[in-house]
Ligand binder design. Structure first.
Ligand code: ATR
Length: 281
């Protein structure tokens, strides 16, 4: 669609940025909804990131997504932060208000949960403990959304135990820290297993975990999406567990930003999934 002089401009800031699928996702929605707007990739060096973010109102940009390595810088620079970003300590979405202030949020947390809900609507947050593997930013996003949803116990398993302990001290006593060597036995009586580590991703080491203790009713969610069916998900499916892949989190996290900047709430549907899957090939 041809843009007018009033076109809404949004984008994504990162370094590097060429790997990001966000321009494809937002570009698809802009076309689909015939929006007078654009979404651009912005490669900004870490030394310039804070100034670039502060300049958004002067440039007339409606807002941006923020990706690696600028999520912490964004957290420091914005004027306001939503509850999820405060709990997680990182910002991935900024909306410029009509007055020119920067409103920061973290949509990885609602994105994580929206995809779980969309894939397994009957999953009950209160039906048992959740096991989370990993203690990076994605683990924090998952933990925030799971606690908000009413999960009563999260068994947090990470190779570097001290990182899990910091998360436990931030999020409170519903977080039980478990050693990496105990990961298989931590699955007993659990209701959901979430992998937020990079293990199992194309080019990374495999995730080695025995699922024998995992109840058959438990759901297995891997946030890795290359490959889409990780070894973890294949093994879980084989023994009869329901599975949730990582692609939907990427798609769902994009919804709130698009809605705020362009004024239309877009859908995460099979057409969009296929578009991104084709691009990942
Ligand atoms: P993100 O912000 O996307 O969550 P991250 O902060 O790099 O990414 O976190 C990656 C996670 O994968 C970490 O929990 C990391 O464990 P450490 O905290 O011990 O580094 C985990 N991870 C990466 N490689 C691993 C490996 N070989 N074995 C176990 N865990 C690993």
């Amino acid at each position: 669609m041809k843009m007018s002089g009033n076109a809404v401009v949004a984008g994504i800031i990162g370094w590097p940025i060429s790997h990001s699928r966000s321009p494809l996702i937002h570009g698809h929605w802009i076309e689909k909804h015939k929006i007078d707007g654009t979404y651009v990739p912005l490669a900004v060096h870490p030394d310039a990131a804070a100034d670039a973010i502060r300049s958004l109102p002067k440039l007339g940009i409606a807002g941006i997504n923020v990706t690696v390595p600028h999520k912490l810088t964004a957290f420091d620079v914005v004027d306001e932060r939503d509850a999820a970003s405060q709990a997680i300590g990182a910002i991935n979405t900024i909306v410029v208000s009509p007055e020119g202030s920067l409103l920061g949020s973290n949509t990885d947390a609602p994105g994580f949960f929206a995809h779980l809900r969309a894939t397994v609507p009957e999953w009950d947050p209160q039906a048992g403990p959740v096991v989370v593997l990993g203690a990076g930013g994605s683990a924090r996003a998952a933990i925030h959304s799971l606690l908000e949803a009413g999960v009563k116990e999260i068994r947090l398993v990470n190779r570097t135990k001290s990182k899990a302990e910091i998360i436990a001290s931030n999020f409170g006593d519903k977080i039980k820290v478990i050693s990496w060597s105990e990961r298989a036995s931590s699955l007993a009586e659990s209701n959901l297993l979430v992998n937020t580590t990079s293990l199992g991703m194309k080019g990374a080491h495999p995730l080695e975990i025995h699922l024998d203790d995992l109840p058959k009713e438990a759901v297995v969610y891997d946030i890795v999406y290359v490959p889409l069916e990780t070894n973890l998900l294949a093994a879980a499916k084989h023994r009869g567990n329901k599975v949730v892949d990582g692609l939907g989190m990427l798609l769902h996290q994009a919804v709130p930003g698009f809605h705020a900047w362009f004024g239309t709430k877009p859908a995460v549907d099979s057409e969009l999934r296929q578009l991104i899957l084709d691009d990942l090939k």
